[in-house]
Design a protein around this ligand. Structure first.
Ligand code: FAD
Ligand code: DHB
Length: 395
C-alpha cells in the first residue's frame, strides 16, 4: 500500500506534464503507465504545439530541446481548387505562432525530467480501477509485473486516454457523453523525405483531404483521407506518393511532384469527436483524451490535454497553499469552455476540408466558397488563425 497526494493514471503527455507541474509546485505524485517506456516514446501522434503549450513546457523546465530542435511556424498553406493561399499567423493574431515539435519528443523530454528528479513514474503498471471518488482518500488499484497493488491518494487524475478506466469512476448517471463519429479516417505516414514545403499544407481536393507536415528537415509526416476500415497494407509507398502528388497539385505548377523517400511507418487513424461532462467527480479529475477527443484536422488534441493539466496544476497548487478548493471546483467548467471551442474548430476544419462519401456537388461548392472566404477576408482568416494558434489560457 502506497500513498501520494496526486495519483496520476496514464503517462501520456497529459499525465507527464501534470507530474512535472506538480513537482515544480512542491506537490508529490505517482504516475502509473500501462505501457513500457519505449512504447510510450515511439507512439506516433501529434506534431503541432500552440504558443500556450510551448510557453507551458518552457515554464515547466521542459523547453530546452524543444527550443533547439522544434521548428517555429508562422503560417500554414491552404490548397483548394488547385490554388494555394498562405495564412500569416502573426499578422492575423497579433503576433501568435505555433511550433512543430512531435509529441514523441515532448514525451521523451518529460519522461527524462521525471525520472531524473520527479516522483515515481511506473511503467508496465495497469490501473484496473479507481474507487472512492467521494471519499477523502480515493484508491487506485493497479497491477505491475503480475502483482496487485494499491495506491491511496488525496486526489486522482485520469490522464489515461480514450480507452482508459478512470472515466468509469464517474457514475453513469452523473456523466453525460457527447459523441460524433466521422465517415472517413486518416492514413498517417512517416517518410524519409524532406518536407513538401517549409510550412504545413492543408489540401482540399476532389479526391479528398491531404495534409503535408514534417518532423525534421529530412522526415515528412503526411496524412491522406481514406475510407473507414481501410487496410494500410493496401497503400504501397508508390500509391501514397502518387495520391499525394494528385491531391496537392497546383495549376500554376503542373509538373510539380513531391520529393519521394522510403515510407517508414503507416497507420490508419479513425476520427472521433467526444466529450464527457463533468470532468470532475469528487476527488477524481479527468484530463486530456480521457475526457475529450477531437478529430485531428485542427491539431488540437495534445494542446487541449496540456491546457487541462495546466489549469488543474494551478488549482492544486492553490489548494495546497491556501486550503481553498475554489479553483478545483471551477476546473470542469473552466476546461469545458476551451474544449467545446476546440471541438467546434476541429469539426469545422474537418468538415470544410474533407470529402464526405455522401457529399453532393452542392456541398462541395459550399466548402469551396468557405475556403475562398478564408483566403480573401482578413476577418475569416483571423478566425481560423486565432483558433489554430490557440486561445490564451485562462488567468
Ligand atoms: P494519451 O496520449 O492517450 O495517453 C494516455 C496514456 O494512458 C497512455 O500512455 C496509455 O498507455 C495510458 N493508459 C491507458 N489506460 C491505462 C491504464 N488502465 N492504466 C495505466 N495507464 C493507462 N492530435 C493531433 O493534434 N494531431 C494528430 O495527428 C494526432 N494523431 C493522433 C493519432 C492517434 C492514433 C491518437 C490516438 C491520437 C492522435 N492525436 C493527434 C491526439 C493526441 O495525440 C492526443 O490528444 C494526446 O495524446 C492526448 O494526450 P493524453 O495524455 O490525454 O492521452
Ligand atoms: C500534424 C497533425 C495534425 O493533426 C495536424 O493538424 C497538423 C500536423 C502532425 O502530426 O504533424
Amino acid at each position: 500500500m502506497m500513498h501520494t497526494t496526486v495519483g496520476i493514471v496514464g503517462g501520456g503527455p497529459a499525465g507527464l506534464l501534470l507530474a512535472r507541474l506538480l513537482h515544480n509546485a512542491g506537490i508529490d505524485s505517482v504516475v502509473l503507465e500501462l505501457r513500457d517506456r519505449a512504447y510510450v516514446e515511439q507512439r506516433q501522434r501529434a506534431g503541432i504545439l500552440e504558443q500556450a503549450t510551448v510557453e507551458a513546457l518552457r515554464a515547466a523546465g521542459a523547453g530546452e530541446r524543444m527550443d533547439a530542435e522544434g521548428i517555429p511556424h508562422h503560417g500554414i498553406e491552404l490548397r483548394f481548387g488547385r490554388r494555394s493561399h498562405r495564412l500569416d499567423f502573426p499578422s492575423l493574431t497579433g503576433g501568435r505562432s505555433v511550433m512543430v515539435y512531435a509529441q514523441t519528443e515532448v514525451v521523451k523530454d518529460l519522461i527524462a525530467l521525471q525520472l531524473a528528479d520527479g516522483g515515481p513514474l511506473l511503467f508496465g503498471a495497469e490501473v484496473t480501477s479507481v474507487e472512492g471518488a467521494q471519499s477523502d482518500s480515493p484508491v487506485v488499484e493497479f497491477v505491475q509485473e503480475g502483482r496487485a497493488q494499491t495506491l491511496t491518494c488525496d486526489y486522482v487524475v485520469g490522464c489515461d486516454g480514450f480507452h482508459g478506466v478512470t472515466r468509469d469512476a464517474v457514475p453513469e448517471d452523473v456523466r453525460t457523453t457527447y459523441e460524433r463519429t466521422h465517415p472517413y479516417s486518416w492514413l498517417g505516414v512517416l517518410a524519409e523525405a524532406p518536407p513538401v514545403y517549409d510550412e504545413l499544407v492543408y489540401a482540399h481536393s476532389d479526391r479528398g483531404f491531404a495534409l503535408a507536415s514534417m518532423r525534421s528537415p529530412t522526415v515528412s509526416r503526411l496524412y491522406l483521407q481514406v475510407p473507414n476500415g481501410t487496410d494500410p497494407a493496401d497503400w504501397s509507398a508508390e500509391r501514397i506518393w502518387d495520391e499525394l502528388d494528385t491531391r496537392l497539385a497546383l495549376d500554376r505548377d503542373p509538373g510539380w511532384k513531391l520529393e519521394r523517400g522510403p515510407v517508414t511507418s503507416k497507420a490508419v487513424l479513425p476520427m472521433r469527436s467526444h466529450v464527457t461532462e463533468p470532468m470532475r467527480y469528487g476527488r477524481v479529475f479527468l484530463a486530456g483524451d480521457a475526457a475529450h477527443i477531437v478529430p485531428p484536422t485542427g491539431a488540437k488534441g495534445l494542446n487541449l490535454a496540456a491546457a487541462d493539466v495546466i489549469v488543474l496544476a494551478r488549482a492544486l497548487a492553490r489548494w495546497r497553499e491556501t486550503g481553498s478548493a475554489e479553483l478545483l471546483d471551477a476546473y470542469s467548467d473552466t476546461c469545458l469552455r476551451r474544449v467545446w471551442r476546440a471541438e467546434h474548430f476541429s469539426s469545422f476544419m474537418t468538415a470544410t476540408l474533407h470529402t464526405d462519401p455522401a457529399q453532393s456537388p452542392f456541398d462541395t461548392r459550399l466548402q469551396l466558397s468557405q475556403l475562398e472566404r478564408i483566403a480573401t477576408s482578413p476577418h475569416a482568416a483571423a478566425e481560423l488563425a486565432e483558433n489554430y494558434t490557440g486561445l490564451p489560457l485562462p488567468r
